[in-house]
Design a binder for this molecule. Sequence first.
Ligand code: CA
Ligand code: CA
Ligand code: CA
Length: 479
Amino acid sequence: MRPSNTVALACALSVAVVVACGSSPAGPLAVDATDAGADGADSEPGRELLGGDTTVFNASGLAYSFPASNLSNALRDTFSFGDHMFARNWVTAPASTEGDDGLGPTFNATSCSACHLRDGRGAPPREPGEDFVGLLVRLSVPGSDEHGGPLGEPSYGGQLQPFSILGVPVEGKPRVTYSERAVTLAGGEVVSLRVPVYTFDALAHGPMAPGAMISPRVAPAMIGLGLLEAIPEADLRAMADPDDADGDGISGRVNEVWDARAGRAAVGRFGWKANVPTIEQQVAGAFLGDIGITSSLVPRENCPDVQAECRAAKTGGEPELSDTKLAAVTLYSRTLAVPARRDVDDPEAQEGERTFVTLGCAACHAPRFVTGDFPGIEAISRQTIRPFTDLLLHDMGPDLADGRPDYLATGTEWRTPPLWGIGLLERVSKHTFLMHDGRARNVLEAIVWHGGEAQRSRDAFVASPESSRRAVLRFISTL
Ligand SMILES: [Ca+2]
Ligand SMILES: [Ca+2]
Ligand SMILES: [Ca+2]
């Protein structure tokens, strides 16, 4: 599946020949014919179907919110109920309506959709001093828990909750400020990168423990997640090259995390560090961590020992979320459709797709997988998908590092994010903030931020002529 990008990079690095390399039908590029045509562009019929048969043809502001096109009628009711639970606001216990309460005691938001608005992506605060909503801060101290996961900060736990119910103190308020750093691209175009600095105001339980580590992360888009869960584990392991045996400078690694439902270690797929194995666990974790709603999978309220008011607060039931609701939101999160590509025949987009391959982008942003059988959801089973991710961890260099390990992920590693749907982000989420903490204001800045294993690829992009760079951006805008 993996394009041989030793050759690709050698080709791309001599800027003048990028296009010649990419467009030569019998050129030196050894690109697997199942991923892409001999010239590096995907010419397979159906290449606009990024999510296989789940794909929806819609490019509106609601493009991320449709059920998989092929979802059975039997599951559509559950999807709708899950949709409702995803959007509803939780309230403080006790409330008059049973089953709708249990918010907090501390929380980041009162609904899933507050962060994943229109099933889209969260944004960092627009103004200094504004509250964090779609951006949350994970916390830990050195060491690991009994399953190899991060060890929560003793007074604040694994995540900072900047909101709370009446009578319970908020944990604190995260703040971010940015400084600008200019980078000049070939031909003179200047890109300014925003370098973030994070601080905390009003920490209610004293300073964090010595050595405390933070990881700010924005809410990703919700599309195609079940398809990513249905990629056979063996295919992800086959993409991994932990010791860089093929010498291309890229050494994707699988994260191994704890599967709470199965009670065993499993491949991590979700979250910015592939720190969660299944959508169900991510959903249950979000209910508790982000909203304060307990479930059978995560039954204890999120109140570290020192937080007395939090521990004394009323709960909305034990657990607060029924298994039926957990299952519905899980099904919903697994079956949101991926929107179709647009303008696949546009010549500039096709040139950009070839350049994306020759620059080595596709080595991590893997263009194609076939999903396996997913028990209970036929719609996402055996689908040919084009997610543009390998779901693997890559060292992205010191500038992007959060310095906070997460299971096997080191402080410099991040999971390759999927690029499907990215061209519709602005329409859906009304912003174009990218990367794990939303520091990049657009796709161009996101590319220039790449370092570590992606340094060669990023440098080749920066050294490419403006027309080639524009073609890559055009290609990405069709996804
Ligand atoms: Ca609660
Ligand atoms: Ca906390
Ligand atoms: Ca390699």
